[in-house]
Design a protein around this ligand. Structure first.
Ligand SMILES: O=c1[nH]cnc2c1ncn2[C@@H]1O[C@H](CO)[C@@H](O)[C@H]1O
Length: 534
């Protein structure tokens, strides 16, 4: 074949590849890179390729088989030692737009706060003994006024004659049986009850239904202590500070308002939702002030709440929550960002069951002159035409601003077209989807297809305390290493988009984006400088 033909072929080949990739979020940017952007992207591509061999291709004694984007719970300790992860940890991530507040803070931090509180008691449904595997006997924590608690006659839930009564949490820890590890055994039991471990996700509970049973239990353990106002305050503060530490500058947290009251410092469940919102707002302001004092105001622009209740309530009951949400929006207009319905989609009511109260909610917003966008969970399922999958149609018809998970979106060409047109971003939670068994690894996850189709996406951590993917570095890492197309520039565009798809508006949004851009340039310069120092 004459040489000219080969060069024509190669030009056609290049053109076809470009056309195929033209929809990607990074396409325009990659054609217009500054020298620093190009250098940083190259550095990370080289680092990733090197570690694909030296880390993920190496024979290991501790892990049976490794590959980039493999099961997170098995590979977490490997990921944290990589240079790519170290670099991503420093990356400004933009907004965290999908995280359930009651699963966002390091489990040891929450345990530490629980143990400080005299008003918190613990009980179990049966004695916890060596014959009774700890995983099946869960701790139940609750605050009480001292005069009202139904105390156990014993001092430990591990005593074979334990009567099921409440025990002050410190007493229960101090007297935890030595056979089960003593006080450290108590801590281990707590951690095992509030997190998912690899043996569960990849062994005993390896289907969506089974792992959700375990996952739901983790919420039951901590639910009443997070709703205890002295802990709630410390918890929200820690969530925001640890997010900032990981490069997140803005957070829209999903807060579960299913329970109508919260616990006050006296241990009584008498606080209303508005009391908790006041605390949340105060903490956000406090953190902003602190960051400003440290000259770090660019690192945190704020946090808002997506009001949630769970799809176990009846359509009639939902009206109480929509009215509650309206009242809170009127009192805290800057704090309420949207409304959502949560819970495992395959087993809870579909959105269509709630059409009457949801449409009425929209009318009421018009009547009262307030706007509360729906930001629905939809399509977190392996189904294709199931009620959970059909939630995608209802979410879109009801005008959802973004879609939580949208795992099954890739099966719906028309819906994808609509999302692109209307800029309905998919809040993709790669690690959550893998642990909850919607996919076995990130190379099998629809995120790569979504990016190639030009779907608007943001990356989110979902329930990081239960999964161990605190911050956003782990989710960014898994997405980066599992596709050859995705590079640092891609991640930068995704981070920038997260601010664009947030509910921030006007000048506030512009400021958030400008602050991110400033930090991004500095970050890229650091990447290039650090590489040349080696
Ligand atoms: O990935 C998820 N999909 C749907 N619902 C979820 C997910 N993660 C947590 N929750 C739900 O949020 C509430 C806690 O605030 C729990 O009801 C839990 O089921």
């Amino acid at each position: 074949m004459p040489l000219t033909d080969i060069s024509t072929y190669l030009a056609d080949r290049d053109s076809l590849m470009r056309q195929d990739r033209a929809l990607r979020v990074d396409a325009i940017k990659l054609d217009n890179l500054s020298a620093t952007e190009a250098a940083a992207d190259e550095i990370v591509r080289a680092m990733k390729a090197e570690e694909a061999v030296s880390v993920w291709g190496a024979e290991r004694a501790d892990i049976e088989r490794t590959f980039p984007g493999m099961e997170f719970l098995t590979s977490r300790s490997v990921i944290t030692k990589t240079r790519v992860f170290e670099l991503l940890h420093k990356m400004p991530k933009g907004a965290l737009l999908h995280a359930h507040l009651d699963a966002t803070v390091d489990v040891n931090f929450l345990l530490g706060r629980i143990l400080e509180q005299d008003a918190i008691y613990v009980r179990t449904c049966a004695p916890l003994t060596a014959l009774n595997p700890t995983a099946n006997v869960l701790p139940e924590f609750s605050p009480f006024p001292k005069s009202e608690v139904k105390l156990s006659a014993g001092k430990s839930v591990t005593d074979p004659s334990y009567d099921g009564g409440w025990i002050p949490v410190k007493v229960a820890r101090d007297n935890f049986s030595l056979e089960l590890g003593g006080p450290e055994g108590f801590d281990g039991w707590y951690v095992a009850s509030t997190t998912i471990n690899p043996a569960e996700a990849y062994g005993t509970h390896k289907t969506v239904t089974k792992i959700w049973e375990k996952f739901r239990e983790t919420f039951g353990v901590t639910r009443d202590v997070i709703r205890f106002s002295p802990i709630f305050e410390a918890y929200v503060r820690e969530f925001l500070l640890s997010s900032i530490e990981d490069g997140i500058s803005y957070v829209e947290a999903r807060v579960n308002f299913l329970f109508k009251t919260f616990f006050g410092p006296d241990g009584r469940s008498t606080l209303a939702h508005r009391d908790m919102l006041r605390i949340y707002g105060d903490v956000v302001r406090g953190v902003k002030d602190e960051m400003k004092k440290q000259g770090r105001e660019d690192e945190f622009v704020g946090s808002r709440i997506i009001y949630c209740t769970v799809k176990i309530v009846t359509p009639e009951e939902l009206e109480w929550y929509t009215e509650d949400c309206l009242a809170l929006k009127r009192e805290f207009p800057d704090l309420i960002a949207g409304f959502d319905l949560v819970g495992p989609e395959d087993t809870t009511k579909p959105i269509v069951d709630y059409l009457v109260p949801l449409l009425r909610f929209k009318d009421r917003q018009r009547e009262l002159g307030v706007e509360i966008p729906f930001i629905f969970h939809a399509g977190e399922t392996l189904g294709d035409g199931t009620a959970a999958d059909d939630n995608l149609y209802d979410a879109i018809l009801l005008g959802t601003k973004r879609i939580g998970h949208g795992f099954s979106m890739i099966k719906h060409p028309k819906l994808m077209e609509i999302c692109k047109e209307r800029k309905i971003a998919i809040e993709v939670c790669p690690i959550s989807n893998e642990i909850l068994r919607y996919t076995t690894s990130i190379p099998m996850h629809p995120i790569a297809s979504m990016l190639n189709h030009g779907m608007p996406v943001c990356l989110c951590s979902d329930d990081p305390s239960a999964f161990g993917n605190l911050g956003l570095s782990f989710d960014f890492y898994q997405v980066l290493v599992s596709s050859e197309q995705t590079g640092l520039i891609t991640l930068g565009e995704i981070a920038l988009d997260s601010l664009k798809y947030s509910t921030l508006e006007g000048e506030e949004k512009e400021r958030a984006i400008a602050a991110w851009k400033k930090r991004w340039v500095k970050f890229l310069e650091d990447v290039v400088r650090d590489a040349s120092d080696l």
